[in-house]
Design a binder for this molecule. Structure first.
Ligand SMILES: *[C@@H]1O[C@H](CO)[C@@H](O)[C@H](O)[C@H]1NC(C)=O
Ligand SMILES: *[C@@H]1O[C@H](CO)[C@@H](O)[C@H](O)[C@H]1NC(C)=O
Ligand SMILES: *[C@@H]1O[C@H](CO)[C@@H](O)[C@H](O)[C@H]1NC(C)=O
Ligand SMILES: *[C@@H]1O[C@H](CO)[C@@H](O)[C@H](O)[C@H]1NC(C)=O
Length: 783
């Protein structure tokens, strides 16, 4: 403030005083550096300049007026409040400095608000179905990308859509938003027809079967949909056909003849997945009719070399057939206008912005919306009676029809852009369909549709440095996760910790064990458990009297700061970053306990016992806050914490509905319940489950002892047949390498190192195969 006063005074008298050598920038810098340079002999290189500017009469006058002739002394109190800024930059949404360097007033304020506690508890409104937009509320419509029905979703699918959207939905509800979270299986298309043929079922039977599998998996992962529907409904047909007619009447559809592959022996056109051949771009021999799995490029089926019907392996012939196209170029101007508005006012992840831009830059072309298939929404037009809508025209309409299946008042959500904010969650490969193709359908249909305001796209989650692949049996799939015996909360935690936000990430078993043990057990679990245990053990289960000193107040302010970050981050859907704030809160809590040692002070005199009480009381309140901020991430754990602490139902929303008020929700005298550790070791029953689950592998004694030593992740890893295969390959590779080295007469120490590596691999392999690894291990040690 003082500096700006100087600048103001000097600049108002500038014009005639200034010689060409001194500019406004000089004055600004001079004033800013005044405290540093005015009575120091350092920074000699700039002293000349500093004095030259300071010699100006205007500068001297201004400095005198502001500093009252006391020189830099006059700035003392001001400077003490703002210690030298830290050099390292924080990557956080605000530039707020750490709490411990904040002015005392902020710490006092945090402590004051905290002490006031729960005053008027916000009404916790029960969710009443159907959830509909309400006047004066923030109405959030939250559909998660619809998973394709014919596959069991893998962990990457989960984190890309339903799990990420679930965290945001839970968070939004705690914030008091009026929010509708829907999802469902996307059931039409060639993939379903193929699967039906493979399994000898009808497409409808396939959909029924897999819809139930999806629903089970999401339920196990505690995905709290308001409604989980499907696309094979009468609402889908009605709405898709309505949009089609509206586009048709308004002249946004084109007709064109398309060359297509047709299998004469099967009597069918071979779209997309019904045909395989060599990729025209990269020559990958098993490219599909719509896309190459190897190079990822889109393919027009007639471009495939050596095409083969997937069913009968005959060579198809080229035939032509009439199709309908959505005229994207005709909608481009309107699309651009809408995109400008949506991307500038909403939260679009960076990848979503880039992908959309590059699609438009490459030029929009008319896009085919019909297909020669049976399993789909029928095209209602006379001339296209044999055809259905192409899934990418059809599938996003599923959001509307699923909402319509949930409530007949669905238009209150989907034709209400004034009142409703729409968030779309997806993996990045789905972006163009949500940012360009589907919005064009809706814009062209001109029926006041709600268009996406916030487009949240993740990068990819890989599996141990490779890709998830059902056909190759690589990766963990939703149905397997629940059979591992690892609680769903722990899965959620680890997947969200890894959420590919901004860049790809990879699932790894050993990292999961590490994060599990370091962050969940040692950091979070340990803090919450100790806080509760101290109340139980030292204070008979009653929260003790708290008399805050500076240490306590500083902790409260730190926690409040992290809570604010958490809210700012989650408001921007930075789910992974916000999780780090939670872990920081419990880290602060652990440090605070470690420093204040209530377990020692409780044995001391009155003063010490008083201190132990305060520290315990503050800590258990931090634990209560943790249960609130954990709710979106680990709902069961969050619930258990609140149960153990007998925390009031309202404490969660109370702390999250404003911009982050950490308050004392467990006042002195509050009685907590029975406390027990949140994260437990694997028990014997769970081992039995594991043994059965991985029935092919004998769980040997060695495994049991490892499990009992508390390293379940090791066990999991070993029990996977995939792992054994991988290790066999590694052992062979290492053996070859070693033979090569010996043939080259390499240095003995080099060879010894490689031998040691080989022995380690062999040991892991025998474990993975359920054998006793000891002999190998001993040989390794003798060396
Ligand atoms: C929702 O769709 C299912 C499946 O088609 C149907 O059985 C059910 O009656 C529909 N519910 C409503 C309210 O339309
Ligand atoms: C669209 O719907 C809103 C109500 O959400 C209404 O206020 C508005 O007038 C409608 N606009 C058009 C063009 O129909
Ligand atoms: C959490 O704490 C670490 C180290 O204490 C810090 O580097 C990081 O910025 C903090 N993260 C958040 C999101 O507050
Ligand atoms: C994580 O640790 C908990 C104990 O806190 C244990 O029950 C769970 O099985 C562990 N999971 C993994 C993958 O290590």
């Amino acid at each position: 403030n003082k500096s700006s006063e100087v600048i103001f005074i000097v600049s108002s008298g500038l014009t005639d005083v200034f010689q060409e050598a001194v500019s406004v920038a000089d004055v600004v810098l001079w004033a800013a550096l005044y405290p540093l340079l005015s009575d120091s002999s350092e920074l000699r290189s700039v002293r000349g300049w500093f004095e030259r500017v300071g010699d100006l009469a205007a500068c001297q006058a201004a400095a005198n007026r502001v500093l009252h002739g006391k020189g830099v002394e006059a700035l003392k109190t001001f400077l003490q409040k703002h210690p030298a800024t830290q050099t390292q930059r924080r990557d956080s949404p605000t530039n707020a400095t750490e709490v411990h360097s904040n002015p005392t007033s902020e710490i006092e304020e945090a402590a004051q608000i905290w002490s006031e506690g729960l005053k008027s508890s916000p009404a916790v409104t029960e969710r009443k179905h159907p959830v509909l937009p309400q006047e004066g509320k923030r109405n959030v419509l939250l559909p998660s990308a619809l998973p394709y029905v014919n596959n069991v979703p893998h962990l990457g699918n989960l984190i890309g859509c339903v799990l990420s959207a679930d965290v945001f939905a839970r968070y939004g509800r705690l914030r008091g938003w009026n929010l509708l979270y829907i999802c469902g299986t996307d059931e039409y298309g060639t993939a379903t027809e193929n699967k039906a043929r493979e399994e000898g079922l009808t497409p409808q039977e396939i959909c029924d079967k897999y819809h139930a599998i999806h629903a089970d998996i999401y339920q196990w992962f505690q995905i709290d949909f308001d409604f989980f529907g499907r696309t094979t409904t009468k609402q889908q047909t009605e709405i898709a056909q309505d949009i089609f007619w509206r586009l048709h009447e308004r002249g946004f559809l084109l007709e064109d003849t398309v060359e297509q592959l047709r299998c004469e022996s099967c009597q069918r056109f071979l779209a997309d997945r019904f045909v395989e051949g060599e990729c025209p771009h990269c020559r990958y021999p098993e490219a599909r009719g719509d896309q190459c799995d190897k190079c990822g490029r889109l393919i027009n089926a007639v471009e495939l070399r050596n095409p083969q019907c997937k069913v009968c392996k005959e060579t198809p012939v080229i035939c032509s057939s009439k199709h309908l196209f959505l005229n994207l170029p005709k909608l481009e101007d309107e699309l651009e206008q809408w995109l400008d508005k949506s991307t500038s006012s909403g939260d679009w992840t960076l990848n979503a912005r880039h992908i959309t831009r590059s699609w438009i830059r490459d030029g929009l072309k008319p896009r085919c919306i019909t297909r020669d298939l049976q399993w789909g929404t029928p095209v209602p037009h006379e001339d296209y009676k044999e055809k259905v809508f192409y899934v990418w025209f059809d599938a996003p309409i599923g959001y509307l029809s699923i909402t319509a299946n949930y409530t007949d008042q669905w238009e209150k959500w989907w034709k209400n852009p004034q009142q409703v904010e729409l968030y779309n969650f997806m993996a990045k490969d789905n972006v163009p369909f949500h940012s360009v193709v589907f919005p064009c359908s809706l814009l062209g249909a001109q029926d006041n549709y709600t268009l996406v305001n916030h487009l949240i796209a993740t990068e990819y989650l890989n599996y141990e440095d490779t890709k998830f692949s059902k056909s190759r049996g690589v990766g963990v799939f939703g149905d397997m996760a629940k059979d591992t015996g690892i609680p769903s909360d722990v899965w959620r935690f680890y997947l969200l910790y890894l959420r590919p936000e901004g860049q790809d990430s990879a699932f790894s078993w050993s990292d999961m064990a590490l994060k599990n043990n370091s962050e969940l057990l040692n950091n979070l679990g340990n803090f919450i458990n100790r806080a509760g245990m101290f109340v139980s053990k030292f204070f008979d289960g009653c929260v003790p009297e708290m008399l805050l000193n500076e240490d306590d107040k500083r902790l409260i302010a730190q926690v409040r700061w992290e809570l604010k970050q958490y809210i700012q981050l989650l408001d921007k859907v930075r789910i992974r970053d916000a999780l780090k704030c939670i872990l920081n809160i419990s880290r602060h809590g652990n440090q605070y306990m470690q420093l204040n040692e209530p377990w020692k002070k409780i044995k001391g005199g009155d003063g010490d016992r008083q201190r132990a009480g305060t520290v315990t009381g503050v800590s258990v309140n931090v634990a209560c806050l943790l249960s609130a901020v954990l709710e979106p991430y680990m709902p069961s754990v969050s619930h258990t914490i609140r149960q153990q602490l007998q925390a009031p139902h309202t404490c969660v929303s109370a702390m999250l509905q404003n911009t982050g008020t950490f308050i004392c929700t467990l006042p002195a005298g509050h009685r907590i319940g029975a406390v027990s550790p949140l994260f437990q070791k694997l028990e014997n029953e769970q081992i039995e489950v594991l043994r059965k689950r991985f029935g092919g592998q004998q769980v040997c004694k060695r495994h049991l002892s490892i499990i009992n030593q508390g390293s379940p992740a090791e066990t999991m890893k070993m029990c996977f047949p995939e792992r054994a295969k991988q290790l066999t390959a590694l052992v062979a590779e290492q053996g070859n390498k070693l033979r090569g080295l010996k043939a080259q007469k390499a240095d003995k120490s080099v060879i010894d190192d490689e031998v040691e590596k080989l022995l380690q691999l062999k040991k892991q392999l025998s474990l993975a195969e359920g054998k006793n690894p000891e002999p190998a291990a001993q040989k390794g040690k003798k060396k």
